[in-house]
Design a protein around this ligand. Structure first.
Ligand SMILES: [Zn+2]
Ligand SMILES: [Zn+2]
Length: 244
Protein backbone atom coordinates (compact mmCIF):
# COMPACT_ATOMS: atom_id res chain seq x y z
CA UNK A 1 0.00 0.00 0.00
CA UNK A 2 2.75 2.44 1.01
CA UNK A 3 4.73 1.53 -2.11
CA UNK A 4 1.68 2.24 -4.29
CA UNK A 5 1.29 5.65 -2.64
CA UNK A 6 4.99 6.38 -3.26
CA UNK A 7 4.57 5.51 -6.95
CA UNK A 8 1.57 7.85 -7.14
CA UNK A 9 3.56 10.65 -5.46
CA UNK A 10 6.49 10.06 -7.82
CA UNK A 11 4.13 10.28 -10.79
CA UNK A 12 2.72 13.57 -9.53
CA UNK A 13 6.25 14.96 -9.13
CA UNK A 14 7.02 14.18 -12.77
CA UNK A 15 3.66 15.74 -13.73
CA UNK A 16 4.91 19.06 -12.32
CA UNK A 17 7.94 18.84 -14.60
CA UNK A 18 5.67 18.10 -17.58
CA UNK A 19 3.48 21.11 -16.74
CA UNK A 20 6.59 23.28 -17.15
CA UNK A 21 7.65 21.33 -20.26
CA UNK A 22 4.31 22.03 -21.93
CA UNK A 23 5.07 25.75 -21.94
CA UNK A 24 8.32 25.33 -23.90
CA UNK A 25 7.96 24.71 -27.62
CA UNK A 26 10.85 22.27 -27.75
CA UNK A 27 9.59 19.97 -25.00
CA UNK A 28 5.85 20.06 -25.68
CA UNK A 29 5.73 16.63 -27.33
CA UNK A 30 7.86 14.95 -24.65
CA UNK A 31 5.70 16.57 -21.96
CA UNK A 32 2.49 15.29 -23.59
CA UNK A 33 3.90 11.73 -23.79
CA UNK A 34 5.02 12.14 -20.17
CA UNK A 35 1.55 13.16 -19.02
CA UNK A 36 0.12 10.11 -20.76
CA UNK A 37 2.50 7.83 -18.85
CA UNK A 38 1.75 9.68 -15.60
CA UNK A 39 -1.93 8.91 -16.19
CA UNK A 40 -1.09 5.21 -16.65
CA UNK A 41 1.16 5.18 -13.57
CA UNK A 42 -1.53 6.81 -11.42
CA UNK A 43 -4.19 4.39 -12.67
CA UNK A 44 -1.92 1.39 -12.11
CA UNK A 45 -0.92 2.51 -8.60
CA UNK A 46 -4.61 2.84 -7.73
CA UNK A 47 -5.15 -0.67 -9.05
CA UNK A 48 -2.06 -1.83 -7.15
CA UNK A 49 -3.46 -0.51 -3.86
CA UNK A 50 -6.96 -1.84 -4.58
CA UNK A 51 -5.78 -5.29 -5.68
CA UNK A 52 -3.57 -5.86 -2.64
CA UNK A 53 -0.32 -5.67 -4.65
CA UNK A 54 -1.22 -7.94 -7.55
CA UNK A 55 1.94 -8.67 -9.52
CA UNK A 56 0.61 -7.37 -12.82
CA UNK A 57 -0.55 -4.05 -11.30
CA UNK A 58 2.81 -3.64 -9.57
CA UNK A 59 4.73 -4.25 -12.78
CA UNK A 60 2.61 -1.84 -14.81
CA UNK A 61 2.81 0.90 -12.17
CA UNK A 62 6.61 0.66 -11.84
CA UNK A 63 7.16 0.47 -15.62
CA UNK A 64 5.01 3.48 -16.43
CA UNK A 65 6.60 5.45 -13.57
CA UNK A 66 10.06 4.63 -15.00
CA UNK A 67 9.01 5.87 -18.43
CA UNK A 68 7.57 9.05 -16.91
CA UNK A 69 10.82 9.54 -14.97
CA UNK A 70 12.90 9.17 -18.12
CA UNK A 71 10.74 11.66 -20.00
CA UNK A 72 10.86 14.13 -17.09
CA UNK A 73 14.65 13.90 -17.25
CA UNK A 74 14.39 14.67 -20.98
CA UNK A 75 12.33 17.80 -20.29
CA UNK A 76 14.68 19.09 -17.58
CA UNK A 77 17.84 18.59 -19.63
CA UNK A 78 16.25 20.06 -22.78
CA UNK A 79 15.33 23.39 -21.20
CA UNK A 80 17.86 23.79 -18.38
CA UNK A 81 20.10 26.84 -18.80
CA UNK A 82 23.53 25.76 -20.04
CA UNK A 83 26.46 27.90 -21.16
CA UNK A 84 26.74 28.08 -24.96
CA UNK A 85 29.86 25.88 -24.92
CA UNK A 86 27.97 23.10 -23.16
CA UNK A 87 24.68 23.00 -25.06
CA UNK A 88 25.97 20.10 -27.21
CA UNK A 89 25.88 17.89 -24.10
CA UNK A 90 22.07 17.88 -24.39
CA UNK A 91 22.51 15.51 -27.36
CA UNK A 92 24.01 12.97 -24.96
CA UNK A 93 22.37 13.80 -21.65
CA UNK A 94 18.75 13.99 -22.83
CA UNK A 95 18.69 10.47 -24.41
CA UNK A 96 20.83 9.05 -21.58
CA UNK A 97 18.14 9.60 -18.94
CA UNK A 98 15.36 8.62 -21.33
CA UNK A 99 17.08 5.31 -22.09
CA UNK A 100 17.61 4.73 -18.38
CA UNK A 101 13.85 5.16 -17.90
CA UNK A 102 13.01 2.88 -20.83
CA UNK A 103 15.39 0.08 -19.81
CA UNK A 104 14.22 0.30 -16.21
CA UNK A 105 10.65 0.03 -17.48
CA UNK A 106 11.68 -3.14 -19.37
CA UNK A 107 13.26 -4.49 -16.21
CA UNK A 108 9.98 -4.12 -14.35
CA UNK A 109 7.86 -5.33 -17.27
CA UNK A 110 9.78 -8.51 -18.13
CA UNK A 111 9.31 -11.13 -15.40
CA UNK A 112 12.69 -12.85 -15.99
CA UNK A 113 14.99 -10.02 -17.00
CA UNK A 114 18.59 -11.14 -17.54
CA UNK A 115 21.75 -9.76 -16.00
CA UNK A 116 22.66 -8.06 -19.30
CA UNK A 117 19.67 -5.76 -18.90
CA UNK A 118 20.62 -5.25 -15.26
CA UNK A 119 24.14 -4.13 -16.11
CA UNK A 120 22.91 -1.88 -18.91
CA UNK A 121 20.66 -0.14 -16.40
CA UNK A 122 23.47 0.23 -13.87
CA UNK A 123 25.70 1.84 -16.53
CA UNK A 124 23.00 4.17 -17.85
CA UNK A 125 21.80 5.08 -14.37
CA UNK A 126 25.30 6.00 -13.18
CA UNK A 127 25.68 8.28 -16.22
CA UNK A 128 22.31 9.85 -15.52
CA UNK A 129 23.16 10.35 -11.86
CA UNK A 130 26.43 12.05 -12.81
CA UNK A 131 24.51 14.37 -15.13
CA UNK A 132 22.18 15.34 -12.27
CA UNK A 133 25.17 16.03 -10.01
CA UNK A 134 26.73 18.28 -12.66
CA UNK A 135 23.54 20.15 -13.54
CA UNK A 136 23.51 22.55 -10.54
CA UNK A 137 27.06 23.65 -11.37
CA UNK A 138 26.47 24.01 -15.08
CA UNK A 139 23.15 25.81 -14.86
CA UNK A 140 23.96 27.97 -11.85
CA UNK A 141 22.87 31.55 -12.52
CA UNK A 142 25.89 33.77 -12.03
CA UNK A 143 24.33 37.04 -13.18
CA UNK A 144 26.85 37.47 -15.98
CA UNK A 145 27.91 35.80 -19.21
CA UNK A 146 31.54 35.44 -20.23
CA UNK A 147 32.36 36.76 -23.68
CA UNK A 148 36.06 36.19 -24.07
CA UNK A 149 37.53 37.81 -20.97
CA UNK A 150 34.64 40.18 -20.43
CA UNK A 151 31.85 39.62 -17.95
CA UNK A 152 28.62 40.94 -19.41
CA UNK A 153 25.73 41.29 -16.92
CA UNK A 154 22.86 38.96 -17.76
CA UNK A 155 19.30 38.09 -16.83
CA UNK A 156 17.74 34.65 -17.14
CA UNK A 157 14.41 33.85 -18.73
CA UNK A 158 13.05 31.21 -21.12
CA UNK A 159 13.71 31.89 -24.80
CA UNK A 160 10.48 33.36 -26.27
CA UNK A 161 10.77 31.00 -29.22
CA UNK A 162 12.03 27.60 -28.02
CA UNK A 163 11.47 27.87 -24.24
CA UNK A 164 15.03 26.98 -23.20
CA UNK A 165 16.30 28.86 -20.13
CA UNK A 166 18.98 31.26 -21.29
CA UNK A 167 21.21 33.78 -19.52
CA UNK A 168 20.74 36.76 -21.80
CA UNK A 169 23.70 39.11 -21.82
CA UNK A 170 23.07 42.86 -21.92
CA UNK A 171 23.16 43.92 -25.55
CA UNK A 172 22.33 41.60 -28.43
CA UNK A 173 22.58 37.87 -27.88
CA UNK A 174 21.37 34.78 -29.72
CA UNK A 175 19.56 31.99 -27.88
CA UNK A 176 22.07 29.28 -26.98
CA UNK A 177 19.85 26.67 -28.60
CA UNK A 178 17.58 28.08 -31.34
CA UNK A 179 19.53 31.19 -32.28
CA UNK A 180 16.71 33.72 -31.71
CA UNK A 181 18.23 37.18 -31.24
CA UNK A 182 17.14 39.11 -28.18
CA UNK A 183 18.17 42.69 -27.67
CA UNK A 184 18.03 43.78 -24.04
CA UNK A 185 19.40 46.93 -22.52
CA UNK A 186 19.44 48.58 -19.10
CA UNK A 187 19.49 51.25 -17.79
CA UNK A 188 17.62 52.39 -20.89
CA UNK A 189 16.65 55.93 -19.88
CA UNK A 190 18.07 57.41 -23.05
CA UNK A 191 16.39 54.84 -25.26
CA UNK A 192 13.03 55.45 -23.63
CA UNK A 193 13.35 59.19 -24.17
CA UNK A 194 14.32 58.77 -27.84
CA UNK A 195 11.99 59.21 -30.79
CA UNK A 196 10.05 56.13 -31.74
CA UNK A 197 9.90 54.71 -28.22
CA UNK A 198 8.17 52.92 -26.69
CA UNK A 199 8.31 50.37 -29.44
CA UNK A 200 5.84 47.60 -28.79
CA UNK A 201 6.04 44.51 -30.92
CA UNK A 202 2.85 42.54 -31.53
CA UNK A 203 1.84 40.22 -30.05
CA UNK A 204 2.81 41.88 -26.82
CA UNK A 205 4.46 39.13 -24.84
CA UNK A 206 6.16 39.21 -21.50
CA UNK A 207 8.92 37.21 -19.89
CA UNK A 208 9.68 36.79 -16.20
CA UNK A 209 13.01 37.53 -14.59
CA UNK A 210 14.56 39.25 -11.60
CA UNK A 211 15.39 42.94 -12.02
CA UNK A 212 19.16 43.20 -12.63
CA UNK A 213 19.31 46.19 -10.28
CA UNK A 214 17.16 45.30 -7.25
CA UNK A 215 16.51 41.56 -7.91
CA UNK A 216 12.72 42.00 -7.70
CA UNK A 217 10.96 39.29 -9.79
CA UNK A 218 8.61 40.69 -12.36
CA UNK A 219 6.99 40.42 -15.77
CA UNK A 220 8.81 42.35 -18.46
CA UNK A 221 6.98 42.92 -21.73
CA UNK A 222 8.66 42.85 -25.10
CA UNK A 223 9.31 46.56 -25.64
CA UNK A 224 10.07 49.27 -23.09
CA UNK A 225 9.25 48.95 -19.42
CA UNK A 226 10.44 49.92 -15.97
CA UNK A 227 10.95 47.92 -12.76
CA UNK A 228 8.07 48.33 -10.29
CA UNK A 229 10.58 48.24 -7.43
CA UNK A 230 13.48 50.50 -8.31
CA UNK A 231 12.26 52.14 -11.52
CA UNK A 232 15.14 50.77 -13.64
CA UNK A 233 14.22 51.25 -17.28
CA UNK A 234 14.64 48.19 -19.47
CA UNK A 235 14.37 47.96 -23.24
CA UNK A 236 13.90 44.54 -24.76
CA UNK A 237 13.15 43.35 -28.26
CA UNK A 238 12.99 40.14 -30.16
CA UNK A 239 11.33 39.09 -33.33
CA UNK A 240 9.63 35.73 -33.41
CA UNK A 241 8.44 35.05 -36.92
CA UNK A 242 6.80 31.81 -36.01
CA UNK A 243 4.52 32.58 -33.08
CA UNK A 244 4.65 29.80 -30.54
ZN1 LIG B 1 15.61 29.65 -28.24
ZN1 LIG C 1 14.42 46.87 -9.90
Amino acid sequence: MLAAVLVALGSLATALVFAIGLRAARTRVIALCGLASVGCALGASGWWAASGASELATRIALSTLSIAGGLAHGVVFSIAALPKAKTWTRLVLVPLGMWTGTFTAMWFAVPAAGSFLGWTIVLLASGTLTAWCLLPFWSHERGFVLQGERRIPSVRFPCPRCGTRVDWARGVMACTDCGLFVHIDWPADELHAAEGHPVILRPRRAVRFACPECSREGEWPCGDSACAGCGLKVSMHWNVHRHV
